[in-house]
Design a binder for this molecule. Structure first.
Ligand code: PHE
Length: 513
């Protein structure tokens, strides 16, 4: 098995060495094996309590090449002395150099030999020995250091280092001995208690691997909020703190009536084309507009007729579109193309309410949910996305006041410096696209669409003439992509989304850019 120790591996060698002799010093027992390898093997054995060891750091003295030369041939001064000892007449410097065969040895050696008073000069300027014999301590020191790798005292070591004869080196070795569970073979350890071990009784003699309380746990993959959900909760919070009420968005399928006709979208409008809108084939058609239950006593039939009249013939001071309006077209079922279908429904319900003065009270509504468009999918378009929509109904609202509101609303999202551009929506007049300067991209980016809902739409519902309703919409994807630095919408939504993207997206962002 993989636990088996190959014969002769270092750990086994250590065990066998200890069997003969314990304790041991690694630098003596395994002088040629690098200390990191020895430590690895000792650690493996120590983790099983088979050995105990301690680390010893020490400094070793090593001879430099010149020191080696001295250990072998004697110090320069001794060699000079030796050459002169037998030359009774003395030697000239040239003769000395020829005798020794190394100018350098002569140069250094004669100086030191003079200082030691081993040699002197003759009246005619020759070198001669001044003693019978000398003791070559330097050679002895070199030989001691060579054989023991240690040095007698620090002062002497400093001197030898200065003379470049010796250097020192840090040596790590280990003093190791038998541990409590010493054996010649590393036992196989069981990691699990198995049914087989219990049945055979082998558990009694088995050695179990100890628990490693320092091990890091396996990666956990708990649920994570989708970034869209995180930005959605931030936006909901902004709406709530500004006094908005959340609209019920639990219907993906709407009738053409609520999605288009109630919003004064003509039945020939290109947005109603199959190329832009998904139509539901079964069931074939919607019921006539009605309330959810019997508590809703509003007169939906009159509303339906008003919508027909305002489209076909004009009403409330509008000349209308002047085309034959089709009830059948209005009852077609669609996947809602915008959440403004719900705003229309909510505003119609508002028209039925009576405040303290007998008139519909001011209201603020919002929703954040999915809408569907029959679009070609690319890096910035999907067939479905989330729309953030807000609606404010109040008396005598002005466009300027509502632009100020937009500043506050988008400011809370960290989006500032808004710019407006005239736009067209069948249901709003005026209509304005909202832009903001994006510092990262260095240009204005469209962040939303807005406008004052048309009288044709509001008066058909029965809302008072002086009640103005402002609405705006934006996608949830756009700000999320900006905040999370995503460039392809398919990384955010749809079947290609990488789950790791969700796991790794920060739960809390500290930026507001
Ligand atoms: N419904 C519009 C859209 O889909 C947004 C909008 C809502 C515009 C309300 C004006 C008023 O872009």
């Amino acid at each position: 098995t993989s636990n088996e120790t190959p014969a002769g591996d270092l750990a086994t060698q250590i065990l066998h060495a200890l069997d003969k002799n314990s304790p041991l010093l690694s630098s003596t027992a395994f002088p040629t094996i690098p200390s990191t390898e020895v430590k690895g093997a000792l650690d493996r054995l120590a983790s099983r309590d088979m050995v105990k060891y301690e680390t010893i750091d020490r400094e070793e003295a090593i001879l430099e090449p010149e020191g080696e030369q001295i250990a072998a041939n004697g110090s320069h001064e001794a060699r000079v002395f030796e050459a002169l000892r037998t030359a009774v007449e003395g030697l000239t410097i040239q003769e000395l150099e020829t005798a020794i065969g190394d100018k350098n040895v002569v140069k250094i050696g004669q100086g030191r030999a003079f200082r030691e008073k081993w040699i002197s000069k003759t009246p005619d300027g020759k070198f001669k020995a001044a003693k019978e014999s000398i003791k070559d301590t330097t050679k002895e020191q070199m030989q001691t250091i060579q054989s023991t790798k240690s040095y007698p005292d620090a002062k002497m070591l400093a001197d030898l280092k200065k003379r470049k004869l010796v250097r020192t080196q840090k040596i790590i070795s280990f003093n190791f001995q038998k541990g409590e569970k010493f054996a010649l073979k590393i036992p196989e350890v069981a990691t699990d208690l198995t049914a087989d071990m219990i049945a055979s009784g082998s558990w009694k003699s088995a050695t179990f691997k100890g628990y490693n309380f320092k091990a890091l746990g396996a990666d956990q993959h708990p649920g994570a909020l989708h970034p869209l959900n995180k930005v959605r909760s931030e936006l909901r919070q902004i709406f709530f703190e500004m006094g908005f009420q959340e609209m019920p968005t639990d219907k993906f399928v709407e009738s053409g009536f609520w999605n288009f006709d109630a919003l004064f979208v003509p039945q020939q409008h290109p947005a109603r084309d199959m190329q832009d809108t998904f139509y539901v084939s079964d069931p074939k058609e919607a019921d006539m507009p009605r309330g959810e239950d019997s508590s809703d006593t509003a007169d939906y039939k009159t509303y339906w007729d008003n919508v027909k009249d305002v489209h076909q013939d004009g009403k409330y001071g509008s000349i209308g579109y002047r085309y034959p309006w089709s009830g059948e077209e209005s009852k077609k079922l669609v996947l809602r193309t915008h959440t403004t279908a719900i705003s229309a429904n909510m505003l119609y319900k508002l028209a039925q309410q009576k405040g303290p003065d007998g008139r519909p009270p001011p209201a603020r509504y919002f929703s954040i949910d999915r809408v569907f468009r029959n679009e070609t999918v690319d890096a910035t378009h999907l067939a479905e996305f989330h729309q953030v929509e807000g609606v404010i109904a109040d008396y005598d609202l002005t466009l300027g006041g509502l632009m100020e509101f937009m500043d506050i609303f988008f400011g809370k999202m960290g989006i500032t410096d808004l710019k407006y551009k005239c736009a067209y929506n069948p249901y709003t007049e005026p209509s304005m696209e909202i832009f903001s300067y994006h510092k990262g991209l260095g240009k204005l980016v469209e962040i939303g669409n807005s406008g004052m809902f048309r009288a044709e739409m509001l008066e058909s519902m029965g809302l008072p003439k002086d009640m103005r309703v402002f609405g705006w919409g934006l996608s949830l994807e756009r700000p999320t992509m900006i905040k999370y630095g995503i460039s392809n919408i398919r990384e955010l939504l749809g079947h290609k989304v990488d789950l790791n993207f969700m796991r790794n997206s920060p739960a809390v962002r500290l930026d507001k850019e």
